[in-house]
Write a protein that binds this ligand. Sequence first.
Ligand code: ZN
Ligand code: ZN
Length: 364
Amino acid sequence: MSRAAARRDALRVVAGERGLDAVLVTNLLNVRYLTGFTGSNGALLVSTSGADLFGTDGRYTTQAGTQVPDVGLLVDRATVSALAREAVRRGVGRLGYESHDLTVDGLAALEKVLADAGTAPELASVRRAVEAQRAVKDDDEIESLRRACAVADQALAELAAEGALRPGRTELQVGRELDARMLTLGAESVSFETIVATGASSAIPHHRPDATELRDGDFLKLDFGATVDGYHSDMTRTVVLGHAADWQREIYELVAAAQAAGRAALAVGADVVAVDAAARQVIADAGHGEHFSHGLGHGVGLEIHEAPVIGPLGAGRLAAGMAVTVEPGVYLPGHGGVRIEDTLIVTDDAPELLTLTSKELLVL
Ligand code: ZN
Ligand code: ZN
């Protein structure tokens, strides 16, 4: 059985438990996860009785035949409507749908199609059932994440070795070279807009690279990632150019200690709020609580930010196979900031570190 077929079976079990006869999956990444389809238009009807149906339009007939060979194919420009009519034809009594994905207009259209097609099924939101499934990665997904992390590690190592991170170069130049290197090394795209922040801008958590020149004695913070097989890596390293001042070493060591505490707290069954607190407490104890202004981490996978949220506003517990980041930071407005971020896999033992670049303070 293919990975995708096993995932559809898992959703079928959830649907059955919730008393649904079928689920209409409209979120394109969820469709990809459940079928392997990478095109830009597709939807999926998962039936508790077992006969699933994949819908797309005529542009993707050939691609669907290759990528989704094991699911019935329905080709129609109005993909969701066609699948909804099929659900009515099959006598579906309760139809699950993704309320976080459908727009208000989309839901109205779906209700009209169902009503026009005959005896309309009762609609019930499955909420983020597929996203919850996606939070726990299988071996194939973990292997893709390993490769995505390795590409990012390698790109940074090469740039550092070539002296590309030196005073006089601009944030934009460094960012573009990092992106190009990741693509050369096998990334299909970058995971998100690369963050390159130097000097006072390093105190801005999500600074956009600009024409600012790197200067001797400044922090240089790089937050970037590569996408491989659709899976995103995410890492941050902060280095110092030329020589490190005492205050820079001090906050660097503090963030490194908080990051180690966060990694150590990643365990099966751990509450995500407690994992955040483990790292946050280290920073608060040093008097910098107010300078750590974001959550500790997040899940990564087909999206750069996905379940679980590891932060004060998160909810739930970690499970084996979850891919998450641990990324505390301390940002001193007007001076500079440090963030250190790894991507890891939660396991029954110690977490598997996928980001392998050293976390010793690097002075370039
Ligand atoms: Zn990041
Ligand atoms: Zn991140």
